[in-house]
Design a protein around this ligand. Structure first.
Ligand code: DAT
Ligand code: MG
Length: 151
């Protein structure tokens, strides 16, 4: 399904470290289509919802507080297999277990500063996109190179 979408978020550490362009570049060069993007300082309430499935874990409160300290860049990317491929491009949750060549493998060291979020399923992608974006913020467009990316 070429219209599959995922939610990718560049975290505060990556914004502060000037890695925004490099992370966007990975998805752009791969051939995925950018559907929406915004920089925002999210509220604790927003991140509490975003990470609701982790509520019982001991790092949850710290994670929510940390994410709300500084800007993030939220994006929607579209393409065939983009949820699974996006996760592979990110690497493992723990940067120490992420292979070189992945975003986390190349640019970060600790689990609590792993620079980028990616949805883990199509269902959670749809929930996260709805949490972060209004429908009116999603761009409907056909990249001019799409016939050279898909057969
Ligand atoms: P991912 O971001 O790879 O989907 P996750 O959903 O399990 O991983 O956790 C969300 C974020 O929470 C993760 O990117 C970093 C933080 N986190 C996960 N496990 C952690 C841990 N054991 N200690 C500290 N932070 C952790
Ligand atoms: Mg996750």
């Amino acid at each position: 399904d070429k219209t599959e979408r995922t939610f990718i978020m560049i975290k505060p550490d990556a914004v502060q470290r000037g890695l925004v362009g490099k992370i966007i570049c990975r998805f752009e060069e791969k051939g995925f289509k950018l559907v929406a993007m915004k920089q925002k300082i999210g509220s604790k309430e927003l991140f509490a919802k975003h990470y609701e499935s982790l509520k019982k874990l001991k790092f949850y409160d710290g994670l929510v507080a940390y994410m709300a300290t500084s800007p993030v860049v939220a994006m929607v990317w579209e393409g065939l297999g983009v949820v699974k491929t996006g996760r592979l491009m990110l690497g493992e949750t723990d940067p120490a277990k992420s292979l070189p060549g992945t975003i986390r493998g190349d640019y970060c060291i600790e689990i609590g500063r792993n620079i980028c979020h990616g949805s883990d399923s199509v269902a959670s992608a749809n929930d996260e996109i709805a949490l972060w974006f209004d429908d009116s913020e999603l761009c409907h467009w056909t990249p001019s190179n799409s016939a050279w990316i898909y057969e």
